[in-house]
Design a binder for this molecule. Structure first.
Ligand code: GRF
Length: 199
């Protein structure tokens, strides 16, 4: 399986996925990393690993459609068959989602459907939740709404801040994302409506 990673920032999940591949735990290849932010650290990490890394910025296109078409063109050029969103801070249109139907995953730092969107950690703490966690799901045209693949809970402790909670959730993200990708690569994920069956 050739992975195309879309990311806007730090790229720690991208690195966790690469580490898992390097350790022989995940039989996949990162074919391409695309960032919509020119100064994103993820581009440096990818380049350091010799992975093709390109920046495609929304502002250089007249429409969202053209911007996404440019990304799709590159993903196709690099023969990507699984698109991995790892801190990609944009909603993809139905057209893009349909182009890679059932082959786009996202990670979100809460137990969806609780606390979707931006600032998930802050939302969970502000709500007074005692448990949050992370979710890996297939992407549809909504925001953090597609069929759930895996989830893991993380306790919210008294005195937790966004920083302390996100650090603990991030450690779980780094474990879970390679596992979910592995299941996909082994063709063990079966989407049945909203339900993802692991076979
Ligand atoms: C992660 O917390 C992920 O759940 C969220 O954005 C963050 C990306 O972090 N969607 P990184 O760029 O992978 O370090």
């Amino acid at each position: 399986t050739i992975l195309g990673i879309l990311a806007s920032g730090r790229g720690s999940n991208m690195q966790a996925i690469c580490n898992s591949i390097d350790a022989g735990l995940l039989h996949a290849k990162v074919g391409l990393v695309i960032s919509d932010k020119a100064n994103a650290k993820v581009l440096d990490h990818a380049a350091a690993k010799g992975i093709p890394a390109i920046c495609i910025e929304r502002k250089n296109f007249h429409s969202k459609q053209e911007f996404e078409a440019a990304m799709a063109q590159q993903l196709t050029l690099y023969h990507v068959n699984l698109v991995i969103l790892a801190g990609f801070m944009r909603i993809l249109s139905a057209d893009f989602v349909n182009l890679f139907s059932g082959s786009i995953m996202n990670i979100h730092p809460s137990l969806l459907p609780a606390f979707p969107g931006l600032d998930a950690h802050e939302q969970a703490i502000a709500y007074g939740a005692k448990v949050s966690g992370c979710t890996i799901h297939f992407v549809d045209e909504g925001m953090d709404t597609g069929p759930i693949i895996m989830q893991q809970a993380v306790s919210i402790l008294a005195g937790d801040t966004v920083e302390t909670l996100s650090e603990r959730i991030l450690a779980v993200e780094h474990e879970l994302y390679p596992q979910a990708i592995r299941l996909y690569c082994e063709q063990r994920l079966c989407i049945e409506g909203r339900n993802v069956k692991i076979i």
